[in-house]
Design a binder for this molecule. Structure first.
Ligand SMILES: O=C(O)CCC(=O)C(=O)O
Ligand SMILES: [Fe+2]
Length: 168
């Protein structure tokens, strides 16, 4: 990703990942649902991660693009990766955190294993300096990851997106 951003210091993003960086493994179980039109498995959100890796056994994950929800297909033995809020902030908005949700299924249950790769909670999050210049000033305010995650959980509960709250 540092290469895509053309960062001089290619290891910069990797070097941000230290001994206290957090990886969460989340196992989601979605039972069969007799009323999939009325019940979501997981409401629309972005992940508060650098990147997220997802492995699921059935359709259900949907992504939002230009106001339209699309099914993420199940490709045998393939992992799905999505960008999270941390990467959107570090890249100064070059990479976008993916809005996604999970719909329920009347026919079958669903299992997913989600790996959420994050940083040390003490990290001061802000766009990396190389992604900021006069033409493209910082689009996200500086915030400690711990404080960001607090906002993230509050906004998740209210159904809004934390990333919107740190945009300048
Ligand atoms: O169950 C899934 O496929 C996605 C779960 C998810 O988006 C999450 O745990 O953040
Ligand atoms: Fe998610």
């Amino acid at each position: 990703m540092a290469k895509i951003l053309n960062l001089q210091e290619e290891e910069h993003l990797v070097n941000m990942i230290g001994d206290n960086s957090i990886t969460q493994a989340i196992f989601n179980y979605y039972p069969q649902c007799p009323k999939p039109d009325h019940v979501l498995g997981l409401k629309a959100h972005t992940d508060g991660s650098i990147i997220t890796v997802n492995f699921a056994d059935a359709l259900g994950l949907q992504l939002l693009k230009n106001g339209v929800w699309y099914n993420v297909p199940i490709v045998p033995n393939a992992l799905v990766m999505n960008i999270g809020d941390i990467m959107e902030i570090l890249s100064n908005g070059f990479f976008k955190s993916l809005v996604h949700r999970v719909v329920t299924n009347a026919e079958k249950e669903r299992l997913s294993l989600v790996l959420v790769y994050s940083l040390d909670l003490e990290t001061e999050l802000e766009p990396v300096s190389e992604m900021v210049d006069d033409k493209r000033p910082a689009r996200y305010m500086k915030i400690k990851l711990n404080d960001y995650m607090e906002k993230y959980h509050d906004t998740y509960a209210t159904g809004t997106l934390a990333i919107e709250g740190v945009k300048i």
